[in-house]
Design a protein around this ligand. Structure first.
Ligand SMILES: Nc1nc2c(c(=O)[nH]1)N[C@H]1C(S)=C(S)[C@@H](COP(=O)(O)O)O[C@H]1N2
Ligand SMILES: [Mo]
Length: 328
């Protein structure tokens, strides 16, 4: 690899790592498995290039060019991103002090992205048509191939050592089988609500339903709550299916809103797959898990499972009219 090839390959891989990491957060079904695998291969391909990059860096340091500070911080955040990513997948540690391993990985990854932008502005490598020569493309393919081999090696390590990584789900999450151990998880800054189950009313398109009424529908589903924080739990949830509460929906979307203000929007045709759950594994839903009533959205990641539901409404905005990941 020439310096130029190494630098451009790393730039492309860094962008691909962020895009695939973001995409990996939104997948909830097996079909998306390849996105998560690609994210791993991309990360490891960057690690494969690190010996070449450190040679470039050593020459750069000797020349005392501006932006040395940024380069050094970037090498640290990049290393943290890769190590925390591997730790997440292995399942050997899920926290680093006050932070979850996912927070470390995403935080260091986003910090690296900003630093890459600054680093590139200080030392631009303008892509040219010549960079797409057969020879460079073959080399780049070899880097991806080496990343794939590295991926298989890590899989081998998890399998041989019996690390939790060998039993992880296609999303990368690790299982929590004991229902009482499911953590009370907040996407960002919501607080656990303590609503009175005997008086709480959910407004469904203008009609009020008491918790008791919702539970008498007796619909139930076995579904997997899979948090982007890196854990999942498959449990039986029961309550009322949204399509039974809503009747025929002619509007475009269904909006499920928490009493905290947290909300998510769904296509109207998905009502039959969504459940307003009042019970988890046969017992009333604990406050931490969204009691007395939460949304269960099978096949979608945890952040869709709105807790402490206060209202369900329909409107004519398209279902994609929301941030792909909630901001509050
Ligand atoms: N109102 C509200 N609902 C929410 C969240 C939140 O922050 N506020 N977090 C979501 C996320 S990220 C996950 S993984 C699940 C976690 O559910 P649990 O607390 O039962 O584990 O709830 C979802 N529902
Ligand atoms: Mo989550």
């Amino acid at each position: 690899m020439t310096s130029r090839q190494t630098n451009l390959a790393l730039l492309g891989l860094a962008v691909a790592a962020v895009v695939s990491g973001f995409a990996a957060f939104s997948i909830g079904t097996e079909m998306g498995r390849w996105v998560v695998v690609a994210h791993g291969v991309i990360g490891l391909a960057m690690l494969v290039l690190s010996p070449w990059k450190s040679m470039i860096a050593r020459r750069g340091l000797a020349r005392e060019k501006p932006g040395r500070g940024i380069s050094m911080v970037l090498s640290v955040t990049a290393l943290i991103t890769i190590v925390s990513g591997l730790t997440l997948v292995s399942g050997i540690a899920d926290r680093a002090g006050p932070l979850t391993m996912t927070q470390v990985h995403v935080g260091a990854g986003l910090a690296s992205l900003v630093l890459v932008a600054v680093h590139y502005a200080q030392r631009p490598v303008k892509p040219r048509v010549g960079d797409l020569s057969r020879r460079s493309l073959i080399r780049f393919a070899a880097v991806l191939g080496a990343g794939s081999v590295a991926y298989l090696l890590t899989e081998g390590v998890w399998a041989l050592t019996g690390a939790p990584g060998s039993r992880r789900r296609f999303t990368g999450s690790h299982e929590i089988s004991d229902v009482s151990l499911i953590p009370a998880t907040q996407w960002l800054n919501d607080r656990v609500q303590h609503l009175d189950a005997s008086t709480h009313v959910v407004m469904v398109a203008g009609t009020g339903y008491r918790v008791e009424e919702i539970s008498t529908f007796g619909d139930s589903v076995t579904a997997t709550l899979d948090c982007t924080g890196g854990w999942y739990s498959t449990q039986e949830w029961s309550g009322a299916r949204l399509d039974r509460l809503l009747g025929r929906v002619s509007a475009e979307s269904i909006v499920v809103r928490s009493v905290t203000g947290y909300w998510r929007r769904f296509p109207r045709s998905h009502g039959s797959g969504l459940l307003l759950a009042t019970h988890l594994a046969g017992a009333p839903l604990p406050d931490g898990n969204g009691g007395p009533v939460r949304l269960v959205a099978p096949g979608r990641r945890g952040f869709w499972w709105v807790k402490w539901v206060g209202a369900v409404n329909t409107d004519d905005l398209p279902p994609w009219w929301q941030l792909p990941l909630p901001l509050a």
